[in-house]
Design a binder for this molecule. Structure first.
Ligand code: S5P
Length: 457
């Protein structure tokens, strides 16, 4: 077999389809690729195994695949080479690491690892790491189709290299040259692939009134900076706010950390809001049942719903939390915590996905998502999951340090925005600076330049 025949056969069994497909992220894709069915076509499996074996560059002692689709391919490679097969369990065992790998191997064995499709590279990294934890050395990684659009850069930044039998572009070229897709379909796919790799402006799709207001402020003041004013006295609060207010689009408060909160606070705050044109975001992080958060939002000393435009919400209690908060309230909106910046936080990839799903179902009261990433690829990966009618706000932004000694992780403002954050949230980078006004300028400029660059693409 050659690649061409292989690709034609893939198209024949419906592994690549053309049309309109709504992806998990809400984005409509002009094609859909699903290699899972390959396992039911023995001759396809065999050609995949042969061609992927040809991609290896070094000797190996054992072979494995990322579960599930790559496993039968790995099993054929095993038969052809006489090297043993091992399998990493897909389900996490509740207890210990014992039995996380099936099959026989020795510590120090070199393993050839196969995968069918790479998008983010996450599942390969997960499998490779698990094998390594058991003393296995990953000597080669081969994938059938690379549709990452960035040659699997997440994998590279983790120190792994891989070879792909096919890139998506290559597949499309073959299908086009064999007249299996029209020129129109071909250019749609290519445009889509190009588009996907650049984060784009979200404004035109936004339907939420608070989000629209926020984006108006961003545009008119030329700033996508959120100031996190985490100080404990009103004097400090208003002094920093006055000197930075013309540089920010959004003011984030933790009203409950003020030592001297009294009824003069809110009127003073609203006066400055009026004067300097920013929105107010009380970072209350609601996380209880609907009835409780309803009171927490409206009642008590702070009566948050009377002055904050935006509040943060943990979706852990389920969708009822949004009803409790926003029923009967029109002009307020939530930012859902989809990821956190603190090291070792318990948020899983699946939880993040579910939070985004719940947000998508409630565009009337959700402005966007709080998220973070460990590096450029991780931020991009997260950003792509956020539909175009929602914003992505990123805390954990600071120049000159990567942590605060209390578990906070920092990345730089330009890196945050370049890779997809719409607004950055900066606290101590500004409030602990010798000259907060000057620091706010620096952060604003770095973030804004990247924002403009991105939106002019
Ligand atoms: O994941 C998060 C979410 C939030 S809202 N990580 C965060 O740090 N935050 C908030 O952003 C946090 O409560 C704090 O108010 C601010 C970051 O402050 P900094 O001083 O570390 O910039």
């Amino acid at each position: 077999v050659n690649k061409k025949e292989f690709v034609l056969k893939l198209a024949e069994i419906g592994a690549v389809k053309f049309g309109e497909f709504t992806l998990k992220s809400g984005i409509v894709s002009p094609f859909y690729i699903n290699l899972r069915e390959v396992i039911s076509y023995p001759e396809l499996l065999e050609s995949a195994a042969e061609m992927m074996l040809d991609l290896t560059t070094s000797q190996f002692d054992i072979v494995s695949g990322v579960p599930y689709t790559a496993l039968p391919v790995a099993s054929i490679v095993s038969q052809k080479t006489g090297k043993g097969l091992i399998i990493k369990r897909k389900e996490e065992k509740a207890y210990g690491m014992k039995d996380s790998i099936l099959g026989s191997y020795n510590v120090g064995n070199k393993c050839f690892l196969l995968e069918d499709l790479i998008t983010s590279g996450e599942s390969i990294i997960e499998t490779a790491k698990a094998l390594e934890q058991n003393g296995i050395i990953i000597s080669d990684i081969a994938v059938m189709v690379d549709r990452s659009g960035n040659s699997g850069s997440a994998l590279k930044s983790e120190g792994y290299s891989f070879t792909a039998l096919l890139t998506l572009e290559e597949m499309m070229d073959i299908l086009k040259s064999e007249s299996r897709i029209s020129d129109e379909e071909y250019s749609k796919v290519m445009d889509f692939l190009n588009d996907q790799n650049k984060p784009k402006t979200r404004a035109p799709l936004v339907k939420n009134s608070i989000t629209e207001k926020l984006l108006d402020v961003v545009k008119s003041k030329k700033t996508n900076l959120t100031l996190s004013l985490d100080v404990t006295t009103q004097r400090e609060f208003f002094s920093i706010l006055k000197s930075t207010a013309n540089k920010i689009a959004l003011l984030k408060t933790h009203v409950d950390i003020l030592d001297d909160y009294d009824e003069s606070f809110v009127p003073k705050l609203l006066e400055l809001k009026q004067k300097y044109n920013f929105l107010i975001f009380e970072d209350r992080k609601f996380a209880d049942i609907g009835n409780t958060v309803r009171h927490q939002f409206r009642d008590g000393i702070y009566k948050i719903s009377s002055w904050a435009d935006i509040v943060t919400v943990h979706m852990l209690p389920g969708p009822g939390i949004l009803n409790g908060l926003f029923d009967g309230i029109e002009d307020k909106s939530a930012l859902l915590l989809a990821r956190m910046s603190s090291q070792g936080n318990l948020i899983s990839e699946q939880y993040t996905r579910q939070v985004i799903e719940l947000g998508k179902k409630n565009p009337h009261c959700v402005t966007g998502f709080i998220g973070h990433g460990n590096d450029e690829n991780d931020i991009k990966f997260f950003s792509r999951k956020i539909p175009d009618n929602f914003l992505f706000l990123m805390p954990g932004v600071k120049l000159g340090s990567t942590t605060d000694g209390l578990g906070q992780s920092y990345i730089t403002p330009d890196m945050a925005v370049k890779n997809g954050a719409d607004l950055i949230i900066v606290g101590r980078g500004i409030i602990a600076a010798d000259d907060p006004a000057k620091a706010a300028d620096t952060y604003r400029e770095l973030a804004w330049n990247e924002y403009e660059k991105r939106n002019s693409l």
